[in-house]
Design a protein around this ligand. Structure first.
Ligand code: PEP
Ligand code: MG
Length: 883
């Protein structure tokens, strides 16, 4: 095995394709060398050494020492220097470099090779004593900190003391003699802490630094990061050793970082910063303010400090040429590090640059237009979930964030308003033209009007599929749910968290994309759906196989869904249509009547409203498929609770309040999510299915007349576990279709299908498909019932599961492929066997999650359905899954 790969002087043993072996940094240094770019010579110790090291009790392969020495000799030949040489000493940098850049790892040791002798040689050969001692001072501090484990602050204290004694403000004010004094104190500090002197032998220094890089692979921080980002420990890190070039050799030297395009806007213009007479860590430390690289950027920033273009025109011109070359070569926006030593430019790093969603979109579209990448590549380059940032107002990234509490990012976008604690207050405020955030322990169907009126919703309880989260996403309203640290006191009208208390009326801003709740009003940015966004979505649609539908009930939601490109409605939750004032009363009447006759009377009140809803939906959808689900309320969501509510229903029904309270008590359940809901309710009260079927068919006839296009409704039965349940309900639907046809003289084409949201339904899909013309996977309930974890209570403990590494992802957010996924595969296979070509879709929250959408593509579903605001994300994810 070869353990060490050299690079420099226009050649390299590796290349950009060898990231797994050389790490990202090492592979790209090799690639830049191969391209003939000015890269200080060096070598990369492979990631395989790291793996070997941990497999062999933290020791090295026998051949490694010889390979490192040979590679060092190569650097020496190219630079005319040697380790420990008394006239031309070689100094190197040592950096870690995993396959992907990884915080938590040892970063950099610079100036390695300096000691009491070589520092004198550096002073002489550079003709700059101050530079030499400053470099040695930095080296002891960095090496002492990251390799020897001496606390960084102890060094800083000494530095500060000397500056204070001499009356200096800046490090750059220190003289060579003062620096020499600091060096002595630094060495004393190290000796006192370690019980042995600071290592003077450059070879010993080098092996110490190499060991520190490998050691940092297993630090707690690095392990946590890997777990969170799904990076296996077996990947290992490489070590890059490279000849030093100095940005701190006076006014003609500098160091900087740059992006080939603007990483926040995507604008095609070199963007970056540099510092004159400095080393890398000065830029990061942020003590001195860096200067702009280009004149254009300097003018735009209104800075009066000269740009690199002005100060170092030759190095700048070469840098611009190299940037263009690298971007064209890698066919992506690059993030670069460079150093200028006495006017000569050196490249230290290149990699694909991180960028905002807006920049990602613009760069992808621009690069396709420039012919640098294909349209297909452009589609693959944009992270679908990043679109979320673009579809809602977002908090200005420059804004200050005064965090009050953090909850779950339940529905994206940012909103700000005054705190209110009840839906009534929210409505009144809205009517008075004031903006509010509805703050509640949790929301229930009675809060729909308040949620509509509020700018955003904050709850202290409930997970990502809680009522508040699902309804807010459907409405496209920002929501932070399950902020467990919140203490809401409805009585005193206050809410507190982390020792701070806010009153009703105080302004907060919620960020539903991060889960943060901020005190006060925070500046926002507005979304734009035209331009690059529209262009990329058109390309995505060209590459997509699955259709994308929306979960929508209201005409407003349906219109948003169409604007976002939904190709139909995959789930109309009819119970959501019953939440409004007048309707909820009729629903309560229906649920609470003890007789069929009473229920039919209440249903008769609902029929015209339902019909009208469906007419509107059919009209907005203009012949696109619309899946309407029959009533699926966990009953508790509809039962009256307060005395006032009970009195209201009692009066409407003409029964005594006490009687009604008794009936409500009778109906209340221990476990409503597994109780009398879904088709079970329809089995008990088939007249509900009849009313809803009638409303659907009559609406289809009417909409068909008005638009001239036939409407083919898809009627869906929820929570089916037994084929017999579906058959019973289906019987009522089919009979109603005949009745309406006889009454209107119009025969309606329609389909009856079922939700697959119980494990039994998935397993018995072969049977059920005999009666179902389509399946829609209700993965919210299917996840709940497969895991046996309540979707409304999961948030309180699943977070711990994630922290402890038991699960990687919340299964209510991203589909559990192994368990829930297998049930879906089984159901798809068995359903298709019975009914080849059976239409298959998904309408749980997972229908808007990119990873879950990839899964849906892999089992060949026909469509995904998600909340309207996630439709563009789903379109892009579905295209990426297919490409
Ligand atoms: C589901 O269970 O996945 C589903 C879509 O239905 P609901 O969320 O309304 O229970
Ligand atoms: Mg369900």
């Amino acid at each position: 095995t070869k353990w060490v790969y050299g690079f420099g002087n226009g050649a390299a043993e590796g290349d950009a394709g060898m990231k797994n072996l050389l790490g990202g940094k090492g592979a790209n240094l090799a690639e830049m060398s191969n391209l003939g770019l000015p890269v200080p010579p060096g070598f990369t110790i492979t990631t395989e050494v790291c793996t070997w090291y941990y497999d062999h009790d933290k020791s090295y392969p026998a051949e490694l020492a010889a390979e490192v020495e040979a590679a060092l000799a190569d650097i020496g030949r190219l630079t005319g220097r040697a380790f420990g040489d008394r006239t031309h000493p070689l100094l190197v940098s040592v950096r870690s470099g995993a396959r992907v850049s990884m915080p938590g790892m040892m970063d950099t040791v610079l100036n390695l090779g300096l000691n009491d002798e070589t520092v004198k040689a550096m002073a002489t050969s550079s003709g700059d004593e101050r530079f030499a001692y400053d470099s040695y001072r930095r080296f002891i501090q960095m090496y002492g900190d990251v390799v020897l484990g001496v606390d960084h602050h102890s060094f800083e204290e000494i530095l500060q003391e000397v500056k204070d004694e001499a009356g200096h403000v800046l490090d750059t004010d220190l003289s060579a003699a003062e620096l020499a004094g600091i060096i002595e104190r630094y060495k004393d500090l190290v000796a006192a802490e370690l019980g042995r002197p600071f290592p003077q032998d450059p070879m010993e220094q080098l092996w110490g630094a190499i060991g520190a890089v490998f050691g940092s692979w297993m630090t707690h921080r690095a392990q946590t990061y890997r777990r969170l980002h799904d990076i296996p420990a077996s990947w290992g890190t490489a070590v890059n050793v490279q000849a030093m070039v100095f940005g701190n050799m006076g006014e003609t030297s500098a160091t900087g970082v740059a992006f080939t395009r603007n990483p926040s806007t995507g604008e095609k213009a070199l963007y970056g910063e540099f510092l004159v007479n400095a080393q890398g860590e000065d830029v990061v430390a942020g003590i001195r303010t860096p200067q702009d690289i280009t004149e254009k950027a300097r003018i735009e920033a209104g800075s009066d400090r000269p740009s690199m273009e002005r100060l170092m025109p030759e190095a700048h011109a070469e840098f611009v040429r190299i940037c263009d070359r690298l971007e064209a070569h890698y066919r992506d926006m690059q993030d670069l590090e460079f150093t200028i030593e006495r006017g000569k430019l050196w490249m230290l790093q290149t990699r694909s640059g991180k960028r905002t969603a807006k920049a990602a979109l613009k760069i992808a579209v621009d690069m396709a237009a420039e012919g640098l990448i294909t349209e297909k590549e452009a589609v693959l380059r944009v992270e679908p979930s990043a679109l979320d940032q673009l579809l809602h107002p977002t908090i200005d990234p420059k804004a200050e964030r005064n965090i009050f509490v953090t909850g779950l990012p339940a529905s994206p976008g940012a909103a700000c308003g005054a705190i209110v604690f009840t839906s009534e207050e929210a409505e009144q405020a809205k009517a008075a033209g004031r903006k509010v955030i509805l703050v509640r322990v949790e929301t229930s169907p009675e809060d729909i009007h308040g949620m509509h009126a509020a700018e955003g919703i904050l709850t202290s309880r409930g997970g990502m599929t809680s009522h508040a989260a699902v309804v807010a996403r459907g409405m496209g309203k920002p929501c932070v749910s399950g902020a467990g640290a919140l203490r809401i006191d409805y009585r005193s009208g206050t809410v507190s968290a982390g020792g701070k208390t806010l009153d009703k009326g105080q302004v907060i801003t919620i960020d539903g994309s991060t889960g943060q709740v901020l005190i006060g009003e925070v500046p926002m940015q507005q979304p734009s759906l035209s331009g690059d966004f529209a262009t990329l979505m058109t390309w995505a649609d060209g590459g997509r196989r699955m259709k994308v539908r929306a979960n929508a009930e209201t005409p407003a939601d349906a219109r948003v869904a169409r604007d976002f490109g939904a190709e139909g409605i995959g789930l109309c939750r009819t119970e959501h249509m019953f939440f409004d004032g007048e309707r909820i009363l009729a629903v309560r009447e229906m649920i609470l009547s003890a007789t069929e006759e009473g229920r039919r009377a209440a249903l008769a009140k609902l029929l015209p409203m339902q019909r009208n809803d469906f007419v509107q939906l059919f009209e907005i959808m203009k012949g696109l498929p619309v899946t309407i689900r029959l009533l699926d309320p966990p009953l508790h969501e509809f039962l009256p609770h307060s005395d006032a509510e009970i009195a209201e229903v009692a009066e409407a029904m003409g029964v005594a309040a006490d009687k009604l309270r008794e009936r409500a008590l009778e109906l209340s359940e221990f476990n409503p999510m597994l109780g009398h809901r879904g088709c079970r309710l329809l089995v008990s009260y088939p007249e509900i299915a009849e009313m809803q079927a009638r409303a659907i068919f009559e609406a289809a006839v009417e909409a068909g007349r008005q638009t001239g296009a036939p409407v083919v409704p898809e009627i869906m039965v929820p929570l089916v576990g037994l084929k017999a349940e579906l058959d019973l309900v289906r019987g009522r639907i089919d009979a109603m279709a005949k009745a309406v046809a006889a009454e209107t003289g119009v025969t309606i084409d329609y389909q009856v299908g079922t939700m697959v949201e119980l494990p039994r339904a998935a397993l018995r899909a072969g049977d059920i498909a005999e009666s179902a013309e389509f399946f829609s996977f209700g993965t919210n309930d299917l996840t709940q019932t497969t895991f046996g974890i309540s979707r409304d209570d999961a948030a309180s403990f699943l977070g711990t599961y994630q922290q402890k590494g038991l699960i990687e992802q919340d299964p209510f957010v991203s589909i559990d492929r192994d368990g829930v996924g297998e049930l879906i595969s089984i159901a798809a296979e068995r359903g298709r066997k019975t009914r080849p070509g059976i239409k298959l879709g998904i309408c749980g929250e997972h229908g808007g999650d990119p990873a879950s959408i990839h899964f849906c593509e892999s089992v060949g579903l026909d469509y995904v359905s998600c909340s309207p605001f996630r439709v563009p994300i789903a379109r892009l994810a579905a295209a990426q899954a297919a490409l």
